[in-house]
Design a protein around this ligand. Structure first.
Ligand SMILES: *[C@@H]1O[C@H](CO)[C@@H](O)[C@H](O)[C@H]1NC(C)=O
Ligand SMILES: *[C@@H]1O[C@H](CO)[C@@H](O)[C@H](O)[C@H]1NC(C)=O
Ligand SMILES: *[C@@H]1O[C@H](CO)[C@@H](O)[C@H](O)[C@H]1NC(C)=O
Ligand SMILES: *[C@@H]1O[C@H](CO)[C@@H](O)[C@H](O)[C@H]1NC(C)=O
Ligand SMILES: *[C@@H]1O[C@H](CO)[C@@H](O)[C@H](O)[C@H]1NC(C)=O
Ligand SMILES: *[C@@H]1O[C@H](CO)[C@@H](O)[C@H](O)[C@H]1NC(C)=O
Ligand SMILES: *[C@@H]1O[C@H](CO)[C@@H](O)[C@H](O)[C@H]1NC(C)=O
Ligand SMILES: *[C@@H]1O[C@H](CO)[C@@H](O)[C@H](O)[C@H]1NC(C)=O
Ligand SMILES: *[C@@H]1O[C@H](CO)[C@@H](O)[C@H](O)[C@H]1NC(C)=O
Ligand SMILES: *[C@@H]1O[C@H](CO)[C@@H](O)[C@H](O)[C@H]1NC(C)=O
Ligand SMILES: *[C@@H]1O[C@H](CO)[C@@H](O)[C@H](O)[C@H]1NC(C)=O
Length: 412
């Protein structure tokens, strides 16, 4: 290293230390806290590319800033606020659990925490899973994993949600090209699987991605996202299905209704409700093709984004509005913590925003997940733990705050 570089690094270190950055005892940086101003004001000239994460691709004429961004790029925990730095804690414990034998690539979708048994369910990543069962349980008590065998088997679930009012896990059965997507409940005690809905007056549901259940004015509603047949999955799926919408099923009245049209959200994906049950968040996966991500900068109908809606007294989403834009790739899974913070799995990491939409910090994948590995799709908030599905294993961060608690009905 040249001495001028060493000097610059020392300056960078002191700069980030001043911003509450922390290190593990082995000297590895744990949390890097950057000034939040850099998210919206940089000294000119500067470069950045929409194809790569902002920490990886942004350079300015100021070497101090460049070095701090580089240090953040190499750190698992990147904070833009004291709130996030405190949530993470100075040196979070990091552990991993591998997928069980016979279930490779088991940890991609869902991320359902079952508080009673402290286990997290993940699903396989693709639509044509060659195995009969694609749910894997990761025990946070004994750090082991096993396949979940439901009766009957559920082959292609993608999204899942544990609804603590009835103690059931709601799953989206994505299923194959020839059969309808289905919403299925699983009783975690008996592992009995029960289909709830699969069609709209005979037209099969388009592939379902994610599901959430909520209570408004003492009535329970399922909200589900159906994937765009046209834009995301191509001709693989027959056209005789309703393309892309958010549907709602009223569990008391037993009514299935479309509530958000494909004209509003091109490709709804992750979906969750705020702790008070009155705000619905939906990720919009307009472009998934990595080579076309640039298009989103010049064509707003292709922006990968996050939307929010108010849930009115009738449990209908109203006042839909943009909540956030995705800086890198897509936003897939979305979860909400007790404080109403919105966590989304994006291509650069799990980004955490407060209810007002401010980016508080990021669980950066780059230091442990190579670019040519599959995208990280989803994760679970489990007590004070963040459990991230990394395809063939999960990584678990022990954080300093309770993110979701068994007593809270709606978050997870
Ligand atoms: C230092 O410790 C952290 C936390 O346990 C670990 O993730 C990291 O790999 C360690 N770094 C080295 C170089 O051993
Ligand atoms: C970082 O950006 C470079 C291009 O500047 C790209 O080649 C590389 O794949 C990116 N790495 C990550 C981890 O995004
Ligand atoms: C960011 O981290 C990745 C992975 O370690 C590395 O390939 C890339 O060069 C880094 N980018 C910068 C600007 O340091
Ligand atoms: C922007 O990128 C160009 C080409 O890589 C490079 O020559 C220039 O120094 C960069 N400017 C800044 C401010 O980083
Ligand atoms: C570079 O940026 C740092 C951090 O914002 C600032 O303290 C420093 O004055 C800047 N250096 C120059 C030469 O502008
Ligand atoms: C960050 O540093 C400031 C000033 O040193 C301090 O007041 C604040 O409590 C620190 N925040 C955290 C999260 O440690
Ligand atoms: C970190 O996690 C590992 C694995 O769960 C556990 O054995 C260890 O005791 C934990 N360390 C701390 C300091 O919590
Ligand atoms: C998977 O299901 C098929 C059809 O029901 C059955 O023939 C096969 O034995 C099952 N395989 C395993 C590993 O259970
Ligand atoms: C871990 O605990 C789960 C129950 O949560 C149990 O099904 C499993 O057999 C246990 N595994 C080991 C290796 O003890
Ligand atoms: C799922 O797909 C398989 C194979 O196409 C089919 O046999 C099964 O009936 C489907 N299940 C549901 C619930 O639609
Ligand atoms: C934006 O993308 C949409 C969807 O692909 C397309 O129909 C439209 O023509 C595009 N608009 C422009 C200005 O490129």
């Amino acid at each position: 290293m040249k001495t001028s570089q060493a000097a610059t690094l020392a300056v960078a270190a002191s700069l980030v230390n001043a911003q509450n950055s922390t290190k593990y005892s082995n000297g590895t940086t744990a949390v890097v806290q950057l000034p939040s101003e850099w998210l919206y004001l940089l000294p000119q000239p500067f470069n950045s590319s929409i194809r790569y994460s902002w920490l990886n691709s942004t350079t300015t004429g100021n070497e101090t800033i460049n070095r701090a961004l580089e240090e953040a790029n190499n750190s698992r925990f990147v904070s833009y606020s004291d709130e996030f730095t405190q949530l993470v804690g100075p040196t979070p414990n990091i552990s991993t659990i591998q997928c069980p034998p016979g279930a490779p690539e088991c940890a991609f979708e869902a991320g359902v925490w079952l508080p009673d048994t402290d286990e997290v369910w993940f699903m396989y990543l693709d639509f044509d899973y060659p195995y009969n069962q694609s749910i894997t349980s990761f025990s946070l008590r004994n750090n082991s994993a096993h396949q979940v065998v439901t009766n009957p088997p559920i082959r292609y679930p993608l999204g899942g949600y544990y609804y603590s009012y009835d103690g059931l896990v709601y799953l989206t059965e994505f299923n194959a090209t020839t059969s309808p997507a289905t919403i299925v409940t699983v009783d975690p005690k008996t592992l009995k699987a029960t289909p709830i809905l699969n069609s709209y007056q005979g037209i099969p549901l388009a592939p379902c991605d994610d599901v959430v259940v909520t209570r408004v004015n003492n009535k329970d509603y399922i909200f589900l996202t159906t994937f765009s047949i046209q834009d995301v999955l191509g001709s693989k799926f027959p056209r005789q299905r309703y393309d892309t919408a958010v549907w709602r099923f009223d569990l008391q009245e037993k009514v299935l209704q479309p509530v958000i049209s494909a004209n509003e959200i091109v490709a709804p994906n992750g979906i969750r409700v705020s702790p008070d049950g009155r705000t619905l968040y939906v990720t919009n996966t307009a472009i998934t093709d990595q080579s076309k991500l640039e298009d989103q900068a010049s064509n707003t109908t292709k922006s990968n984004s996050i939307y929010e809606y108010d849930l009115n007294d009738q449990g209908k989403p109203v006042n839909g509005r943009l909540y956030g834009l995705v800086r890198s790739g897509i936003a897939n899974g979305l979860h909400i913590d007790n404080a109403g913070r919105v966590w989304t799995a994006e291509d650069d990491g799990i980004n955490v925003r407060n209810a007002a939409g401010r980016l508080l910090g990021s669980f950066n994948y780059v230091p442990f997940h190579k670019v040519d590995q599959p995208r990280i799709g989803n994760f679970a908030l489990a007590g004070n733990k963040l459990v991230i599905g990394v395809d063939s294993y999960v990584v678990i961060y022990d954080l300093a705050e309770k993110l979701v608690t068994p007593g809270n009905l709606l978050t997870n």
